[in-house]
Ligand binder design. Structure first.
Ligand code: GCV
Length: 660
């Protein structure tokens, strides 16, 4: 049976006095017909039941109510914001019922976190218009890059709808997510038919449940659909038959589904069909679809993950890092206003550390959305603990210098330019495991993504603490777990591939160390180590990738002296004997980082053991098992990488530790 993650209301009781207040509810009569308000009432019911409180009663008299839900005519809260306050009772106001729903979840969270109620006065409006989850779920039930079981949306080419669907929608609403793409961007086989009558009824049931929690359904589409299911000879965006096919199909989907949002598209990428096949641009392809969905207010989320995945490793000129910018920057201004470009956080592919994609802000007339990956494909596959909120915050805070308000978070939220709007998407880390995310601590990435997408200014610490307290229900557990979370990215990075190196993983499944796994392959991901040096020169003396940044950032990255050390090997080719800022040689830094990192995993486990008895035993043993694996695998990383560097360089460890 699946669990409730951070919505486990029985693991931490709320104050009796507050519980009592929540039993008398006043809601305007007309609002009671709205499904989002019904869902608020159900949520309060759940809370009361889990806390063994009295049953919830509706009252007609707001003056005696302990909690009041109401709409305000004031538009300052927008379509999703809320005002939550205490005035002899809890008052949750929204301009819409979606706002009220978010406000009720926030109230429950405040009460469970035991926040001071007397001063409760929170006005909150989400910073990002789109706060989206991308599932890479396949219709046979498997999940591409899934590390927590199978899909809870699909099984045997059928759509699953049950109480878990509702609980998932509740989890989404509780962290402010407003859109979800349920199927993998690699759309193949039966998934291509999701936009046909074969699945429409089931999809409508699903979209109706999601709607009740403020979430719009999106579908990843196969660009070749007009051929694969429409029987046309091409998918050329300039072909009138193709245009008509998409218009007809879209009318059918938008009219058949409640609150349908639009399509997510991976085109001309890793073998997927796209407009390039017909000599057309990415804008031609996106705009053709945008026109088809525009009559229904639909959106096209078009991914920028376009690169040559058939590179020859001997080719020193092509630099995969440059591909996204080269494909999309020249098209700036050509996309219709209901197209949003979804850009991965870095120019490569979700490595443990990459610079921020130079496309952000360089596109001046195009809606932009940030794509991050909560699924830990390259960051430990939910066996290793790796809390990614600190990474995402660095990305959001990155100053592009392209605008006065030029940080990535300003660009995607529409603060930089009122004409442009985007948001944030996460490739999510969920599956049908009981705890949703395989590793219980990986729930922090799911929770944290939603919180950050709503408010990018929250700190990593406050998110980690709130997650830990809500999920594990104990103050001491919160202290220990949040500390582990906050250290975890740095620890993982240090025993895998520090200094921006990346890619030393096994090909295809991307788990475990393989220093040259990607070195002679076709994917354009090379570190080019020899016996004297490692790294790719991406400056003006090399591939000139640095030139894709604003001049201020270009200069910073161009020089080894000013380039942030954490990205040194991403931008520069460095001799092993190069002296770093702390006077260590590069090679000694590598050895130290790998030895220290693996050691710190043992400390994390010991700290975790300290909370035995404070948290549910089932969770405790589940996490402990993951720590044991992490210890083994981090030591393997340490040994494989250190031996590799020793063999390449012939330079021994100054501290004479064991290198195999
Ligand atoms: C869904 C990487 C992953 C692929 C993924 C792709 C993408 O290459 O390894 O599994 O495909 O990114 O983001 O489209």
């Amino acid at each position: 049976m699946w669990e409730q993650a951070w919505l486990n209301y029985s693991n931490k009781k709320i104050h009796d006095k507050h519980l009592k207040m929540l039993t008398t509810l006043y809601v305007d009569k007309v609002l009671l017909e709205d499904v989002k308000i019904t869902n608020c009432v159900k949520e309060l019911d759940r809370l009361l039941e889990a806390n063994e409180g009295e049953q919830l009663k509706l009252t007609d008299d707001p003056s005696i109510a302990g909690i009041v839900l109401k709409t305000t005519l004031n538009t300052y809260l927008g379509l999703e914001g809320y005002h939550l306050r205490y005035d002899n009772g809890f008052i949750v106001e929204g301009h819409t019922t979606t706002g009220i729903l978010y406000g009720v979840f926030r109230l429950i969270e405040c009460l469970r976190l035991n926040q001071s109620i007397k001063q409760l006065d929170i006005e909150s409006v989400p910073k990002n218009p789109l706060r989206m989850i991308n599932h890479w779920d396949n219709m046979d039930g498997s999940i591409e890059r899934g590390y927590s079981g199978n899909s809870f949306f699909f099984e045997n080419n059928q759509i699953i709808i049950n109480q878990r669907t509702v609980d998932y929608a509740r989890l989404l609403a509780s962290i402010g997510i407003n859109s979800v793409v349920i199927n993998n961007v690699n759309v193949k086989d039966k998934a291509t038919y999701l936009i046909t009558d074969e699945y429409l009824d089931d999809l409508n049931q699903l979209s109706t449940i999601l709607y009740g929690y403020g979430v719009s359904l999106y579908i990843s589409i196969n660009y070749a659909s007009p051929m694969e299911i429409g029987g046309l000879a091409s998918a050329d965006p300039f072909d009138e038959d193709v245009k008509t096919w998409w218009k007809e199909q879209s009318r059918y989907v938008f009219e058949g589904l409640t609150n349908f949002g639009g399509y997510l598209v991976k085109a001309d990428s890793e073998g997927r069909e796209g407009p390039f096949t017909y000599g057309r641009t990415q804008a031609d392809g996106a705009n053709m679809l945008a026109q088809a969905v525009a009559p229904y207010g639909g959106k096209i989320i078009w991914r920028c993950f376009v690169y040559n995945c058939q590179q020859d490793w001997r080719d020193l000129k092509t630099d995969r890092a440059k591909a996204g910018y080269e494909a999309f920057k020249p098209l700036d201004g050509e996309f219709l206003e209901n197209v949003i470009l979804q850009i991965k956080n870095g120019p490569m592919d979700f490595q443990v550390r990459e610079p921020v994609s130079p496309l952000f802000g360089a596109l001046k007339h195009t809606n932009q959305m940030l794509e991050v990956q909560a699924a830990q494909e390259y960051t430990g596959q939910q066996i290793h603990v790796c809390y990614l909120v600190p990474m995402w915050k660095e990305i959001l805070d990155f100053q592009t210098y392209h605008y006065e308000a030029g940080r990535v978070k300003d660009i995607i939220s529409g603060t930089s330019s009122k004409a442009l709007k985007g948001g944030m998407a996460a490739v999510i880390n969920t599956g049908n495991d009981d705890n949703w995310t395989g590793h219980d601590l990986a729930g922090a990435n799911f929770y944290g993504f939603g919180k950050l997408a709503w408010d990018p200014d929250l700190s990593s610490k406050e998110i980690a603490e709130a997650f830990s307290l809500l999920t594990f229900g104990h103050e001491e557990a919160m202290k220990v777990v949040s500390k582990i979370l906050l250290d975890s990215w740095e620890v993982y990075e240090s025993y895998t591939t520090p200094l921006g190196l990346g890619w030393m993983v096994n090909v295809s499944h991307h788990y475990g160390p393989s220093p040259e796994g990607y070195e002679y392959d076709r994917w354009g991901t090379y570190h080019r180590a020899d016996h004297t040096a490692i790294g790719v020169d991406r400056t003006s003396t090399g591939t000139n990738y640095t030139n894709q940044y604003h001049e201020i950032n270009r200069k910073t990255y161009e020089s080894m002296e000013t380039c942030p050390e954490s990205l040194l090997l991403f931008f520069h080719r460095i001799p092993y004997k190069h002296i770093l800022s702390d006077q260590r040689t590069l090679i000694q830094y590598m050895y130290d980082a790998h030895f220290d990192g693996a050691k710190r995993v043992r400390t994390m486990k010991e700290d975790f053991i300290g909370i035995k008895g404070h948290i549910d035993d089932k969770i405790y043993y589940r996490v402990l098992e993951r720590f044991d694996k992490q210890i083994d695998h981090s030591e393997l990383w340490r040994d494989v990488i250190n031996s590799y560097f020793y063999r390449k360089s012939g330079i021994p460890d100054e501290k004479h530790r064991q290198i195999f």
